[in-house]
Write a protein that binds this ligand. Structure first.
Ligand code: FAD
Ligand code: SF4
Length: 475
């Protein structure tokens, strides 16, 4: 008999829009066992090929079926340092689940029937966290004389630091913000990734000897050269892509038009949803527009809707996107959740011009309708403007979520560091070493905006290369 996919429990939409508590509840043991029992345990499992770090998915699901959750945890940890985090945020429908044989051939993303690998991973990750499972360290005396500087405390920096510390290498992480976690803290809202999950991983790193220095902007406070002269044997750059892109249209500098970074940082990191208890406000409006179709846009829209509810305003938040829903790069679950919560969508729409009032506050957005043409370099069909299709949308707050780029501060301070036309750091793909010897890089600063697991995959590769290099030096 065909076994139906096990649905995960969620907080109902009408209850969750008034707060920032986690929406997806995760599988119970019983549910995890039922879902694991659906796995065909294929002779030639193709799911692992869809995972950017190649987790042995079949094997960890096998361990769940045997109720050996400890073994399942260590199987995942061989490849992924933060299963509780990835189980919550990985776009599995484009990765492992899409590769699962139960996905219908030719689907643009995973079919519903595909095994819910991410929910199983979260179940196992949370088991490891709740049972304080320690990954064995592989400390070697020869490494104790080395120290490595990691710049940035996003998933790339944290993962690289963890791998190095396991070998007994001293690691200092330098983070420019006052809190650690990168996008996991300031970008992804706590209703998707609760802070206690992130804090657990960071505390674990600290306990394993990693030292974290916050409010420290490398490139200003110290250059890379100065770090080396302080005795660091290698430097890892996990700078992320923290600079927002804009639309470049008339009126974009009016008040109450935010970049997605500023909007999410104000609300998430600076707790604007608790203003005035916390000092950072956000001037939420009655008509919120979010421009974009990625995870950043979904997060901004769902945060804006919650802010409207908290402020007692009517719930009126709309996402406008220049292609159709199928081309949206956001996780399918986030689109579904946004829609359930009451967020409206307008597809095939291009912003043309913002109109403000006499005080300089945004009031309207003039848009144009578009249709889809031939695929562009991203493989997605290019939107083509329909002449004479102008229309207006009311808007007293707009969030622009149309892409993120590399931060230039450290790059400008380091002319020897070779970058490409997007200002991303160029590395040797085998070792992740940059044009400067002993300076490695990974995550969004290499290859632009990606995913958490991709950032961690690159960081792990860089850590292996650093360990190799130090190993030779230590002999
Ligand atoms: P970041 O997470 O950006 O961390 C970089 C860190 O470096 C930051 O803390 C920054 O302050 C610090 N830094 C930068 N320059 C310096 C310097 N000179 N000195 C010291 N510190 C510095 N991916 C998913 O897989 N799933 C999702 O659901 C998802 N949702 C997302 C939602 C949002 C709103 C955003 C913005 C991104 C999302 N992503 C998602 C993408 C994912 O978060 C990134 O790919 C990932 O965080 C990249 O990791 P990183 O470590 O390279 O960079
Ligand atoms: Fe096969 Fe999918 Fe199970 Fe992987 S998760 S072993 S592809 S059924």
């Amino acid at each position: 008999m065909k076994k139906e996919p096990v649905k995960v429990k969620e907080v109902p939409a009408q209850l969750r829009v008034g707060n920032f508590q986690e929406v997806v509840k995760g599988y119970s043991e019983e549910e995890a066992l039922l879902e694991a029992a659906r796995c065909l345990q294929c002779k030639n499992p193709v799911c692992s090929s869809g995972c950017p770090v190649g987790i042995d998915i079949k094997q960890f699901i096998y361990h769940i079926r045997q109720k050996d959750y400890k073994a399942a945890y260590f199987t995942i940890r061989e490849k992924n340092n933060f299963p509780s985090i990835c189980g919550r945020v990985c776009p599995a429908e484009y990765q492992c689940r899409k590769a699962c044989v139960l996905t219908k051939k030719g689907s643009p993303f995973a079919s519903e029937e595909a095994i819910n690998i991410h929910f199983l991973e979260r179940f196992v990750g949370d088991y490891g966290k709740n049972n304080k499972l320690d990954v064995k360290t592989e400390k070697e005396e020869k490494f104790s004389k080395f120290k490595v500087a990691v710049v940035g405390s996003g998933p790339a920096g944290l993962c690289c630091a963890g791998e190095l510390a396991r070998k007994g290498i001293k690691v200092d992480i330098f983070e420019s913000l006052h809190k650690t976690g990168g996008v996991l803290r300031y970008g992804i809202p706590p209703f998707r990734l609760p802070w206690d999950v992130l804090d657990f991983e960071i505390d674990y790193l600290k306990k394993s000897g990693v030292n974290i220095i916050t409010n420290f902007l490398v490139g200003k406070a110290k250059t890379i050269k100065e770090l080396f002269s302080q005795g660091y044997s290698a430097v890892f750059l996990g700078l992320g892509a923290g600079v927002p892109s804009f639309l470049g249209i008339k009126g974009e500098n009016l008040c109450n038009i935010y970049s997605v970074n500023e909007f999410l940082t104000r609300v998430n990191l600076m707790s604007a949803y608790k203003f005035p208890e916390f000092h950072t406000p956000v001037n939420i409006g009655k008509n919120v527009l979010v421009v974009g179709g990625g995870n950043t846009a979904m997060d901004a829209a769902r945060v804006a809707l919650r802010m409207q509810k908290i402020k007692g305003l009517p719930l009126n938040t709309m996402v406008i996107y220049r292609r159709t829903e199928i081309e949206m790069p956001a996780r399918r679950l986030e689109i579904e959740h946004a829609r359930e919560e009451g967020i409206k969508f307008e597809f095939l729409v291009q912003p043309k011009e913002f109109i403000g009032d006499q005080e300089g506050f945004v009031k309207k957005l003039i848009c144009l309708r578009s249709k889809l043409g031939e695929p562009d370099s991203s493989g997605r069909r290019r939107p083509i403007i329909i002449e004479g299709s102008e229309f207006e949308l009311d808007c007293d707050l707009c969030v622009i979520a149309v892409g993120l780029k590399a931060n230039q501060i450290l790059i400008n301070a380091t002319p020897e560091l070779k970058t490409d036309k997007y200002s991303d750091v160029i590395v040797d793909p085998e070792t992740m070493e940059s044009s400067i010897k002993e300076v490695f890089a990974g995550g969004d600063i290499v290859g632009g905006e990606g995913t958490v697991i991709e950032a961690m995959g690159m960081a792990k590769k860089a850590a292996r290369a650093i360990i190799d290099r130090l190993s030779k030096k230590g002999e």
